[in-house]
Design a protein around this ligand. Structure first.
Ligand SMILES: C[S@@+](CC[C@H](N)C(=O)[O-])C[C@H]1O[C@@H](n2cnc3c(N)ncnc32)[C@H](O)[C@@H]1O
Length: 277
């Protein structure tokens, strides 16, 4: 039994099912309904072998219970957003295309990025941008946001991207190794809107009750705030003798993969083999 905690468009799930052979079954989880529809289509040919759940992966154990599965033989999580999220302006993740400041992965979630940007106190905003974006100009950016929203509610992605860019001193704005000046602020808002780090911690904590002895768990992260908790959780399990590290150093994309898929640039994969409690 394979569990893809972030089934997305079904690419990994399809590859896993093909690699695992005709007896393998897969549970796919995603909190984005539109991605689940795409995954359903892509995985249709596997028939009853696939079950998809609209859920947060923090509910991994509950999903296994609902599927009547005591434990899994492989668990994969490929964190964050999909390329389709970044490419669809109306989802509000992109600072390059104009769209509403939404950023919710789960359309039922209570807060959009627009709510945070317009309602948080200046200090709360600065802390959020610093903590989840590791943005050194967080205070200046928060000040600029508050000044701008006094004039008019901020509701569009490009509006926010401009406000952020103008708050960063010009030399720093142009020296960010090609990254857009709003990258870190957008990352911070996305993490806060979707409560991403809390979900990750909960899922990592649930692995012990979700894996069969000999099972493998792998997580692909895209920035240090995600990679750190994964590294720590896996190291703790290994030092307690419950798991064996399969990756002393994270696996990263090679030159060719980065050329073919620039978004693989920041991906880091870490994996363990579960030994048992
Ligand atoms: C990088 S994409 C995964 C792409 C997938 N591996 C594929 O092959 O198409 C991440 C997916 O995880 C989902 N996601 C992110 N955080 C989640 C969470 N806490 N619970 C459930 N799904 C989540 C997103 O909606 C998105 O579809």
């Amino acid at each position: 039994l394979l569990v893809d905690c972030t089934v997305g468009l079904g690419g990994h799930a399809e590859a896993l099912l093909e690699a695992a052979g005709p007896d393998a079954r897969l549970i796919g989880i995603d909190m984005d309904e539109s991605n689940l529809l795409a995954a359903r289509e892509r995985l249709r040919r596997f028939g009853q072998r696939v079950r998809l759940f609209s859920a947060n992966f923090s509910e991994l154990r509950a999903v296994l219970d609902e599927a009547g599965a005591p434990a899994a033989d492989a668990v994969l999580a490929d964190l964050g957003v999909c390329s389709t999220h970044l490419d669809q302006a109306d989802r509000g993740f992109s600072f390059l295309q104009d769209g509403p400041l939404d950023m919710r992965l789960d359309a039922r979630a209570p807060r959009r990025a627009e709510d945070l940007v317009n309602l948080l106190q200046e200090e709360e905003l600065a802390d959020l941008i610093y903590r989840y974006g590791e943005e050194r100009y967080s205070r200046r950016i928060a000040r600029a946001i508050v000044a701008a929203r006094r004039r008019q509610r901020i509701s569009r992605t490009l509006e926010l991207a401009d406000i952020v860019a103008s708050a960063i001193p010009a030399p720093a704005r142009h020296s960010r190794r090609g990254a857009h000046p709003a990258t870190r602020t957008f990352q911070a808002l996305r993490i806060a809107v979707n409560d991403e780090l809390a979900s990750l911690e909960t899922m990592l904590g649930a692995l012990a009750r979700a894996l069969n002895p000999g099972a493998r768990a792998a997580v692909i992260s895209f920035h240090s705030l995600e990679d750190r908790p994964v590294k720590r959780a896996f190291a703790d399990l290994a030092s307690e003798g419950k798991a064996r590290l399969l990756t002393r150093k994270p696996v990263t994309a090679g030159e060719q993969e980065m050329d073919e898929n620039p978004r693989s640039r920041s991906a880091k994969l870490r994996a363990i083999e579960w030994l048992g409690l």
